[in-house]
Design a protein around this ligand. Sequence first.
Ligand SMILES: CC(C)(COP(=O)(O)OP(=O)(O)OC[C@H]1O[C@@H](n2cnc3c(N)ncnc32)[C@H](O)[C@@H]1OP(=O)(O)O)[C@@H](O)C(=O)NCCC(=O)NCCS
Ligand SMILES: [Zn+2]
Length: 272
Amino acid sequence: MSTSPLKSSVSNTRSLTDERKKLLHNSSPSTAQDIDAPTRKRPRSLKQTHFATTMRKTVCSECQMSYMQHLKSDRQLHEKYHQRAVEGMELGPTITLVWSSIEHHQLKSGVDGKIVEVNIESSKQISVAEEFLDIVNNILSAPQDNRDWSFDPNRGKVFLFVIRSKAVGICSTERISEGKWMVYDTGQLVPKQRIPLIIGISRIYVSHKYRRMGIGLRLLVAVQHHSIYGLTLARNQIGWSQPSEFGGKLALSFNGVKHKSGKMLIPIYEER
Ligand SMILES: CC(C)(COP(=O)(O)OP(=O)(O)OC[C@H]1O[C@@H](n2cnc3c(N)ncnc32)[C@H](O)[C@@H]1OP(=O)(O)O)[C@@H](O)C(=O)NCCC(=O)NCCS
Ligand SMILES: [Zn+2]
C-alpha cells in the first residue's frame, strides 16, 4: 500500500462532524423513539419538577435507545428494538431460502455464517436492509445514509452477514471517486491532497453478540470482491465515511497506511 506525504498543517474534520449533527437534528425520527434525546440541549430556564423526575427517560447503554422505564409499552418497544440491535435481525425461516449467498464462512467460534448481497429485485430484502440501517443510524447517532443502492447496484450495494436465520452484520456502500487521508490519532485531514477511491463504506455494523469474530473484516473483503463485476478492488481503493471509534479500529486493520512520520492514515471521503 502506498504512503503519502503528510504536511505539517492539517485541516480539521470538525466541520464534517457539525454538518452531521445538523443533518441528524433535521432528520425525521425512525425506528427508535426520540433516540437523540440525551444529546439535545435543554433550555436553562426550565426547573426540574417532581413530575419531570418521574418522567425521566432511561438510555440503554448498548442500543442507545431512550425510553420511559415506567411505561410498559415503552419497555416492550425497547426490548424488541434492543434484541435486534444486540442479537441481529430475524429474517424468518422461509426468507433465508430466497437470499442467495455469495460466500460461506466459518467463524473462529466454529459457527457457520454466510454473506448475502441484498437483491434489489426483492422489496422484502430492501426493506429488511433499510430497517437494519435505520437501527444502525440510531445507534451511531448518524444521519440518514445514502440509499442509492436500493435502485441501482452500480451506485452501491448492501451486504449482510447471516447466521442461521438472523442478519448479524451489515455493510452498505456507495460509488465514490475520491477522498482524503485522515490521521488516525487526531482525526485531522491531510490538506491539499486528494486520493482516488472507488467504493465508500457508508455504514458497517456488527451486532454486539458477534463482535471481534472477524465478521466486520469479512464483510469488507466481500466489498472488495463483489462491488464491481469481474474486478477485485485493492484495499486502498475503499474509503470510510467519517469512521466511529470502533470503525476507526476496523479501518486501521483493513486499510490503514503507515506514513513515514510513523502516523497511521485512513482513507476517508465525504458522504453525499
Ligand atoms: C466496527 C465493527 C463493525 C467491527 O466489527 P467486528 O466484526 O467486531 O470486527 P472484526 O472482528 O472483523 O475486527 C477485525 C479487526 O479490527 C480491529 N478491531 C475491530 N473492532 C475493534 C475493537 N473494538 N477494538 C480494537 N480493535 C478492533 C482488530 O484489529 C480486529 O482484529 P482482531 O479481533 O483479530 O484483533 C463493530 O465494532 C461495530 O458494529 N461497531 C458499532 C458500529 C460502528 O461503529 N460502525 C463503524 C462505523 S464507521
Ligand atoms: Zn437497549
